[in-house]
Design a protein around this ligand. Structure first.
Ligand SMILES: [Fe+2]
Ligand SMILES: [Fe+2]
Length: 145
């Protein structure tokens, strides 16, 4: 059985790889490719957020009230990343290398810090409190790939 941390961390890495491809296209001014890769990256991030927000977080919250604080922090950071991603889309539409590079940098730092907190604190907490959710999450990923 795959743990929650295994499935979710693997998905973080997949989003990271898409991010790197997008970043390279932006840096090299390959705008139409950057636009396509950005869409792909955002779709993957939204899918990841959906699994957390609609599956993992509610199950964890039901099992342990002490998860409320960390979950609220994660939700606020999702909102922050969604905002950055929409700003990135606008900057790509305007083919602004300076603006898009700025959003890419801020997004990278925000993602890294967010993922570190989830992988180090929240997912281990979930594996302990609701280990059975690991199967549901692994299933959700196998059905969506
Ligand atoms: Fe998250
Ligand atoms: Fe995550």
């Amino acid at each position: 059985m795959k743990t929650i941390n295994d499935s979710m961390t693997q998905d973080h890495r997949r989003c990271d790889e898409l991010f790197i491809d997008m970043e390279q296209a932006i840096m090299q001014h390959r705008w139409s490719e950057a636009d396509r890769l950005c869409r792909e990256f955002i779709d993957s991030m939204e899918h990841h957020f959906k699994i957390e927000e609609e599956l993992l977080f509610p199950v964890l919250l039901k099992a342990t009230a002490e998860a409320r604080g960390p979950i609220n922090v994660m939700l606020a950071e999702h909102a922050q990343m969604r905002h950055l991603m929409s700003q990135l889309v606008s900057s790509l539409e305007n083919m602004s290398r300076t603006l898009s590079a700025g959003y890419v940098d801020t997004l990278l730092v925000t993602m890294q810090q967010h993922n570190m907190k989830e992988e180090g604190i929240l997912y281990p907490m979930a594996d302990k409190a609701v280990p059975a959710a690991g199967d549901a999450i692994a299933k959700a990923y196998s059905e969506s790939v």
